[in-house]
Design a protein around this ligand. Structure first.
Ligand code: 5GP
Length: 178
């Protein structure tokens, strides 16, 4: 399936399931080496990161824990509203722990900035970020340790990423074609 039509908009395949899983294996190998001897907490950012997180953690070979944060989302919009709110906090204490924030996509970087401000005052041992996709914007210099794919500034769906809450279950990642 190389293109999908949704209400007159056409989305074309950007990364196949096989390409995504291949890249996840590579990232997981690096993470497993970097966290050798540690038990990091993988913190999935709901809802989009759920599918990436579940594939990623199964490729990681060190002991790990999983927790989730939920932030207010874009709603039905394709662009960031510019404001972020916390809808669900950690279930565990993160003081002294190694925190790996797991994102589906980093766009403006606002969500990551918000999470870091939430996390740092709680004195974790370390905080790193892994994102499957990163929208490259020249003016920004975000500190992201692990990136699956750099992509242009385009709206994408599938593999956890939604279009008005739907299409998260597409196996590949699709871009909106102009
Ligand atoms: P940021 O705060 O970095 O601007 O945006 C992060 C969040 O915005 C992601 O976790 C994701 O939920 C949403 N987002 C950003 N770009 C896209 C996109 O192209 N497609 C979809 N479906 N969601 C996106």
């Amino acid at each position: 399936m190389n293109t999908i039509s949704i209400n007159g908009e056409v989305f074309s395949l950007m990364f196949s399931e096989a390409e995504i899983l291949r890249r996840i294996k590579e990232i997981a190998r690096t993470i497993s080496t970097d966290y050798l001897g540690k038990t990091p907490i993988f913190v999935g950012v709901l809802n989009g990161a759920v599918i990436f997180l579940s594939d990623l953690v199964r490729e990681v070979t060190v002991d790990l824990e999983v927790d989730f944060l939920k932030l207010s989302s874009y709603g039905d919009e394709k662009f960031s509203s510019g404001s972020v709110k916390l809808l669900k906090d950690f279930d565990v204490h993160i003081g002294g722990r190694d925190i790996l924030i797991v994102e589906d996509i980093v766009d403006t970087g606002l969500s990551i900035e918000f999470i870091k401000k939430l996390v740092f005052p709680r004195n974790p041992a370390s905080v790193k970020v892994v994102t499957l996709l990163h929208k490259k914007k020249s003016q920004q210099n975000q500190n992201i340790e692990y990136v699956g794919f750099e992509i242009p500034d385009e709206f994408v769906i599938g593999y956890g990423l939604d279009h008005s809450q739907k299409y998260r279950n597409l196996r590949g990642i699709y871009r909106l074609t102009k």
